[in-house]
Design a protein. Sequence first.
Length: 406
Amino acid sequence: MLAAMSATPHASSQRDEPLIRDRGDACPGALRLHRADDGFLARLRLPGGWLTERQVELLADVAEALGDGGVSVTSRGNAELRGLRDGCGSELAALLVRGGLLPSATHERVRNIVASPAAGLDGFGCADAQLWVRELDALLCGAAWAAALSGRFLFVLDDGRGDVAGLGGDVTLVAAGGHALVRVGRRAFRVAGADAPRAALAAADAFLRAAADAGNGAWRVRELPEGHVPGLAGALARAGIAAEPATDPVLPHGAPLAPGPLGADAAYVLAPLGRLTAAQLRALLPADEVRFTPWRGVVVRTDPARLPELEAGGLVTRADAPGAGVTACTGRPGCAKSLADVRAEAARAPAGRLPVHFSGCERRCGHPHGTWVDVLATGDGDYLVDGAATPRTSLPEAVATARTTR
């Protein structure tokens, strides 16, 4: 199936009605915890997925001391802590501040920046998008008005290889030689590469102005009603950024990273079902840095010869391993909306060419982008595999067929 499907239901009762919101964004963060069936949940924004060795240690320690002992890698390369005990919010915040993971209390939920995870490491790409990440993050946190962005608003920074350009960003930057394409909705402009982070911030400003004018409470660009288009040209001009229109720009399309060696000084591994235990986090070390990816993996700046050691620790290190490309929502018992323990089923998924995502309800939280196999719990003990009714006893065979024949 195609990932044009949204993980969040439409807010109106009829599909052809315009979206109108009368409430604020309740997306969880590091300071705004979400109550789940398995305790409280915190979502830590990690721009570009980037963590230092010290911060990896901190996450492992926090997961053990305050949570359920693990860290989930989200489809935006962020980190989630689950099973947090009631009343631990202040202690959690203090630990995150101490570790440099909470640079702004007012902007912590808007630091949603996905970037090409291998940028600057493997010799591919036209620019080091991770350098753009650092500058854009500082600009975001330094702009008081940017705190009005939704916790769902997404910046995507592609180094030109096309691995993240198609991940549905509200603002997308794509490197091309010494220039960058900045795109919002169907509008795009070419700017100098050095101006790319400032151009992304200006594009966010254009969205907020369009959303205020629309008055429908839009959180994302695609939610703006017809006729309310972000004024990207004006925003770039106000920021003093020289730009030229890009007519019918085509975003590059490249494959996600495959687990294994990444150049001479890094390796890429996948987190089993998108979740790392504290022990697996520590097993990544020593490392100059790690980067969580939107495919629920981790780029580790370390000697690739350590891959067998990482595999022994339960991490997925080969593209043909059974756990490669398999993801699932939280499922039971952690989520009250889930109809089944989908993670248990996902753990038995056979290997295959296409990604597969197991969902406990029709929201399909955390589903991948692109083409993927959809496994949906129905509530009667059985499943739908790409819409076809499938008894639970036949699930492995149906998933294997769907992953290899489409």
